[in-house]
Design a protein around this ligand. Structure first.
Ligand SMILES: [Zn+2]
Length: 262
């Protein structure tokens, strides 16, 4: 790299001839005095510049993707980037992406592709909620719930599964949730503890620190090291069967009880 930076010196023809004559047999002649012309000097940088590494291209973050379902026509589509009000590609309805937080008495209709949080202190008195993501930290009461992506359950969160249309369900880490009716969903992801009778048409995942009590029917399941199972399990493809009489009464969650790990 440093060699490339050396300057190349060129001398013209006349200077070449004079130089040859000075160095040859006539160099001592009086006719050929030392030339007053100075040949260009090739300068060698005494302190060569350090070679800098080529600039790296920084890592590029892929934009977030959101799986949306139009709450007007049910069309599924994906958007990238920031989640904001968007048009349904099929029916051209404007879909709100507004987030809602309910922390007091409430009744009404919410339809959004954003997030709805039912916080401690909330008291939904009926009403209807259609949302992409629902965070449940309190009793949803008799509200009708339609969750097009994920229902996130926290301690204190409860709802009536017979009034809910769900896709994926997760339980937050360090939270204990009790669902008294049969919980039916597509995928179930347990970071915390769930006591319920669950019917999972997709994948049941029990993470480290998570625990399932009660009974479960799932098409597939995986238990990470540190995950606990204290439930009657049925792993079989296809639609889960209805529970036999008396099967759907999960025991309430017990703190600090022993877990049977897989
Ligand atoms: Zn639509």
């Amino acid at each position: 790299m440093a060699d490339r930076k050396k300057q190349v010196a060129y001398i013209d023809g006349l200077s070449s001839v004079r130089a040859v004559r000075r160095s040859g047999r006539n160099a001592d002649g009086t006719h050929y005095r030392p030339s007053s012309e100075k040949l260009p000097v090739v300068e060698t940088p005494s302190d060569p510049q350090p070679v800098k590494p080529a600039k790296r291209i920084g890592q590029t973050a892929l934009p977030a993707k959101f799986n949306l379902i139009c709450y007007e026509c049910g069309f599924r589509f994906v958007i990238s980037g920031a989640l904001k009000d968007t048009l349904c590609p099929k029916c051209h309805a404007v879909l709100s992406a507004r987030d809602h937080r309910i922390n007091s008495a409430w009744s009404g209709v919410i339809r959004t592709v954003g997030t709805v949080s039912i916080l401690p202190g909330a008291n939904p008195e009926g009403g209807s909620i259609t949302t992409r993501l629902l965070v449940l930290e309190a009793d949803a009461g008799s509200a009708s719930l339609t969750v097009t992506d994920t229902l996130e359950l926290c301690t204190g969160g409860s709802f009536d599964p017979t009034r809910a249309s769900l896709q994926d369900v997760s339980v937050r880490a360090d939270h204990c949730v009790l669902v008294r009716q049969r919980l039916q969903c597509r995928n179930l992801d347990l970071h915390g503890e769930l006591t319920a009778d669950v019917a999972v048409t997709g994948l049941l995942t029990i993470r480290a620190g998570g625990c399932l009590r009660g009974s479960a029917h799932a098409a597939h399941w995986t238990v990470e090291e540190g995950g606990g199972v204290c439930a009657r399990m049925t792993i079989a493809p296809g639609e889960p069967h209805a529970p036999a009489t008396g099967d759907c009464t999960p025991t309430p969650p017990r703190k600090n009880s022993s877990r049977k790990s897989k």
